[in-house]
Design a protein around this ligand. Structure first.
Ligand code: PPS
Length: 292
């Protein structure tokens, strides 16, 4: 498996791996439909969680058998993925029979295929505080054989701050999408920490954005199904069926917490990080919580 590990490459000014650029032309020419819903995130920000919520809201009652038979990565294709032995995300998305189609991307905003904007698609962006996002991404890169070698924690810590991770700088990603929200009204910007704090409340907000009005019982049912422990033991949600991941190194559903960064950052790293963060994150309207 180790031979699959790619190098980090610079692509249109963003650090990427070839697994997400090899199908570039096809992905850029993807034909979005007006009812498509794009779930956009920086990696490890809560993509799977929100994908599962949306899938249950739309299809949990009309098509319950999909919950026990189709892994989440097939229900919600990862548009730009192009890895040998795994179906290309663009092809999976083209073959989706559902309406709406739920589609996942980790692209920074400037890489999103233009048809999503032309069709005025609804977009759900999920952001997670940088410290926990970094820790989660580190463990993911350790266990995922189609990600570049993460190296040791201290090396990774600096690489993350320099934007040298696949899909580039966290700072540019969350800020770029935040800025887009000011001009594109069909974008719902959510935070992982808010979901942890009150999943039901966040599902209500999501439904409001999507024009759905499920009953309070239905919202609670969905919130219960997507609790961390339930998703962790659900083989259709926990990625255990995907061969490129080595769960002996770290599980996909790892901790699911706000504040795990405290178990990784040294006092000196935390100081260095906070000073650098202030220099990079200039917009006071975009605030993250690192504990709740
Ligand atoms: S990916 O690979 O980018 O699609 O990963 P992504 O799904 O965005 O992020 C994985 C992290 O989200 C956590 N997660 C959850 N936390 C709380 N509740 C639920 N239901 C949940 N589902 C996924 C998952 O555990 C990863 O975070 P860490 O901190 O590594 O545990």
């Amino acid at each position: 498996m180790d031979s699959l590990r790619p190098e980090l490459i610079e692509f249109h000014g963003v650090f990427m791996s070839h697994y997400f650029t090899d199908n570039w032309e096809n992905v850029q020419n993807f034909k979005a439909r007006p009812d498509d819903i794009l779930i956009a995130t920086y990696p490890k920000a809560g993509t799977t969680w929100v994908s599962y919520i949306l899938d249950l809201l739309y299809f949990g009652q009309t098509n319950p058998e999909r919950q026990s038979s189709i892994p989440i990565y097939d229900r919600v294709p990862f548009l730009e993925i192009f890895v040998p032995s795994i179906d290309a995300g663009k092809d999976l998305a083209d073959r989706l029979q559902t309406s709406p189609r739920l589609i996942k991307t980790h692209f920074p905003v400037q890489f999103v295929p233009k048809s999503f904007w032309e069709q005025n698609c609804r977009i759900v962006y999920v952001a997670r505080n940088a410290k926990d996002n970094m820790v989660s991404y580190f463990h993911f890169d350790r266990m995922n054989n189609v990600q570049p070698e993460p190296g040791d924690w201290s090396n990774y810590f600096h690489r993350f701050m320099e934007g040298k991770t696949v899909f580039g700088s966290w700072y540019d990603h969350v800020s770029g999408w935040w800025e887009k929200k000011q001009s594109y009204s069909n974008l719902h910007y959510m935070f992982y920490e808010d979901l942890i704090e009150d999943t039901g409340r966040e599902i209500d907000k999501l439904c409001n954005f999507l024009g759905m009005s499920p009953s309070a019982e239905e919202v609670q049912r969905v919130a219960g199904s997507v609790q961390f422990d339930n998703m962790k033991k659900n083989s259709m949600a926990n990625y255990s069926t995907l061969p490129v991941m080595d769960f002996k190194i770290s599980p996909f559903m790892r901790k699911g917490k706000v504040g795990d960064w405290k178990n990784h950052f040294t006092v000196a790293q935390n100081k260095e990080f906070d000073e650098d963060y202030k220099r990079k994150m200039k917009d006071p309207s975009l605030q993250f919580r690192t504990e709740i």
